[in-house]
Design a protein. Structure first.
Length: 346
């Protein structure tokens, strides 16, 4: 690579050569033909490539070359003021060119500097925003796990104790042949149903991180849970996924599935949801297909927080995210992770 001093010397030589060449041509053509306008080329070149001081020097050299060339070519003036006046007019024109071109360069540099500063600020803002979004998701997962543990350890045990107490009461009423024993056993069944619902809810919340190779089992169990919870048909299909799936990938895939199924049921009123996990030659593919009402209008779609969270979860693991309506009704959600990509470092 050519060094800056060597480049400046070469450009300086080119500029001086242009002045001499134009001056020589001006002399050969005679004083009747003026080449004053052509001296603007070395003036602009010197200003643009070196600096405005060099451009001023080239302007003086150009005027001197033109004046000497005309006198050497035999130009005669009736008054000595005339050549000096012409030289002053030419010099003023060149200096104006230097000033204008230098001002344009200064403005350009200032704009470039502002653009660089703004770009740097935007880059920092984007990085900080991504960091905050990641922190928010992590906080959400921690809160989800905390609520799940409270449901499982606190409320679940409390309901279990209530069921045992109701069972004891039912046995006493049954022993006394009391008519209220039917109501007692009904309370026992209701509490046991509440325990089972609490257990399923806590388990879904406690899945903060899925172990490697645990995604298939987690999705299979979630499909069964969703079918019972939402009273729909929820099917899960999975090819032989031979490669070990990273815990972060498995967790994000699972959360995307949860959000997709909830959206399909709550917003799309779907009755059938199909979850599929496949491994192609180059990608791991998660798809969720439903028979609901489809996507909302485009002007309302961007307001959905769930869609943005799913897209961001996919981005966190370097996966592509796609959601589109199905002809005839329904929605297709696809998350595709190339095998050669790994999630970014947290």
């Amino acid at each position: 690579m050519t060094s800056i001093p060597a480049r400046r010397r070469r450009l300086t030589a080119v500029t001086v050569g242009l002045v001499l060449a134009i001056g020589t041509l001006d002399f050969l053509l005679g004083f009747e033909v003026s080449l004053l306008v052509f001296y603007c080329l070395p003036v602009v070149l010197g200003t643009a490539t070196i600096n405005w001081k060099f451009g001023v020097a080239v302007a003086f050299a150009s005027v001197g070359s033109w004046l000497v060339g005309d006198i050497a070519a035999g130009a005669h003036y009736g008054n000595w003021v005339i050549p000096w006046w012409n030289a002053l007019i030419a010099l003023s024109t060149y200096l104006l060119v230097v000033w204008l071109f230098s001002a344009v360069q200064t403005l350009q540099r200032e704009m470039e500097e502002r653009i660089l500063q703004r770009t740097a600020a935007l880059t920092e803002e984007i990085v900080e925003r991504e960091r905050l979004e990641r922190v928010i998701l992590e906080i959400g997962e921690k809160e989800r796990s905390s609520i799940g543990r409270e449901l499982h350890d606190d409320l679940g045990q409390h309901l279990t104790g209530t069921a045992l107490a109701a069972q004891v009461l039912g046995e006493k009423l049954q022993a006394n042949l009391a008519d209220e024993q039917v109501d007692a056993w009904r309370i026992v069944r209701l509490v046991e149903e509440g325990i089972e619902k609490t257990r399923r809810l806590a388990k879904g919340l406690l899945l903060a991180e899925i172990e490697p190779d645990g995604l298939r089992e987690a999705l299979h169990e979630y499909a069964a849970t969703a079918a019972e919870q939402f009273r729909i048909i929820c099917l899960f299909r999975c090819d032989e996924v031979t490669d070990s799936i990273d815990s972060d990938v498995a967790t994000q895939f699972f959360r995307i599935t949860q959000e997709s199924v909830r959206n399909a049921v709550c917003h799309g009123k779907a009755k059938l949801v199909e979850i599929s996990l496949q491994s192609s030659a180059d990608s791991l593919i998660l798809t969720i297909r439903d028979d609901g009402s489809g996507l909302p209008p485009p002007d309302e779609r961007g307001q959905g927080l769930g869609l943005r969270i799913m897209a961001y979860r996919a981005e966190m693991i370097n996966a592509s995210f796609r959601i589109e309506g199905i002809r005839g009704g329904g929605t297709l959600v696809e998350c595709r992770l190339p095998h050669d990509l790994t999630p970014p470092d947290a």
